[in-house]
Design a protein around this ligand. Structure first.
Ligand SMILES: Nc1ncnc2c1ncn2[C@@H]1O[C@H](COP(=O)(O)OP(=O)(O)OP(=O)(O)O)[C@@H](O)[C@H]1O
Ligand SMILES: [Mg+2]
Length: 322
């Protein structure tokens, strides 16, 4: 979907911000860029929509060079949440969110309905907030509007630069869940920058760890945790307990008091002492698994149960978290 081929970025003052970057982000993937401050995350993101031009190499979107797209068309099809909030101060929240849909020529009714839908999605009451100015919102609320605006015209690609950094932990977690649910539903390609390893491991289909302008390791959260490429990756991950190695029975226990609807076609089975990682693998092919202990069914497990388990674990500081 988005390919970097030997991409270099040298700023006019000689700073080499990105060095021979080679990677491909897949269609529909939630791809997380993480690394220390100054390692080149924002620079990498901005080269995709040409807010920064590459100094060398090529970036392709759907096999076509970004330079072969009309630049306005390119940007309209790439939602962008900036690291610093940049709402237009003289426009209302509704107007801010409507910019790209209007540029795309959507009719008024459709735009208005979309604004309502998006405000609800980011947890702000549409009637209360749509006519306010950005200055009448808190920093965290403005950040949510930034997210809503990036999603507004339903772009196939969304770039998000630390979009949740100004939010309190509860709102942050809520928005993380919303964005995961949303992406599962609409299958956008999301490139997401964060400083927060727990956020990266929770959200990412794959995580790309950068250092000094180059890639150190790209892999699934499991791969990074279980098989860190070197000491830098390991130290960046911190002293993490591997929750993926937890037995599946822990997930079943957690949901014991909750009614689970068993999808009818569920025939796949897993032993209660198998790991969460093994269950998660199998759940790529099955909507649910029957969990067996000594050949007796003790419950079922689904990927959403596992994800919720991981979230709660991360909240307690246990999930791959120190
Ligand atoms: N316009 C610029 N001119 C010169 N150097 C720049 C410019 N913008 C960024 N840099 C430098 O390029 C490097 C990468 O910056 P970038 O903003 O991509 O880092 P980052 O990984 O997003 O950091 P952070 O996590 O702090 O946001 C840094 O050394 C930075 O100082
Ligand atoms: Mg940055």
């Amino acid at each position: 979907m988005i390919s970097f081929v030997n991409v270099e970025k040298v700023y006019p003052d000689g700073t080499r911000a990105v060095k021979s970057l080679d990677m491909t982000i897949n269609e529909g993937e939630f791809f997380v860029l993480i690394g220390p401050s100054g390692c080149g995350k924002t620079t990498t993101l901005k080269m995709i929509n040409r807010l920064n031009e590459t100094s060398d190499g090529k970036i392709l979107i759907r096999d076509k060079s970004i330079h072969d797209y009309n630049i306005h068309e390119l940007r309209r099809n790439i939602g962008y949440v900036l690291q610093q909030i940049a709402l237009f101060p003289h426009m209302t929240i509704e107007e801010n969110i409507s910019i790209v849909p209007e540029l795309k020529g959507w009719d008024k009714k459709k735009v208005k309905a979309r604004v309502t839908e998006l405000l609800e999605l980011v947890g702000l009451d549409p009637e209360q907030y749509r006519n306010r100015k950005p200055s009448e919102l808190s920093g965290g609320q403005q950040q949510r509007i930034g997210v809503a605006r990036a999603l507004a015209a339903d772009p196939p690609v969304i770039l998000m630069d630390e979009p949740f950094s100004a939010l309190d932990p509860i709102s942050r977690e809520q928005l993380q869940k919303d964005i995961v649910a949303l992406q599962a539903k609409i299958k956008k390609t999301i490139v997401f920058v964060t400083h927060d390893m727990n956020e990266a491991l929770t959200l990412g289909d794959r995580v790309c760890l950068m250092k000094d302008g180059h890639v150190v390791q790209i892999g699934t959260p499991e791969e990074l945790v279980n098989d860190p490429a070197n000491d830098f990756v390991e130290s960046f991950l911190g002293n993490r307990q591997n929750v993926w190695a937890t037995n599946v029975i822990e997930v079943v226990k957690k949901f014991r008091d909750r009614m689970q609807t068993i999808p009818e076609a569920t025939t796949a089975e897993i032993k209660s002492n198998a790991t969460i990682e093994e269950a998660y693998e199998l759940l790529h092919h099955h909507s649910a698994l029957r969990v067996l202990r000594r050949n007796e069914e003790i419950g079922i497990v689904t990927s959403s149960m596992i994800l919720e388990f991981l979230y709660d674990h991360s909240k307690e500081g246990g999930f791959i978290g120190s």
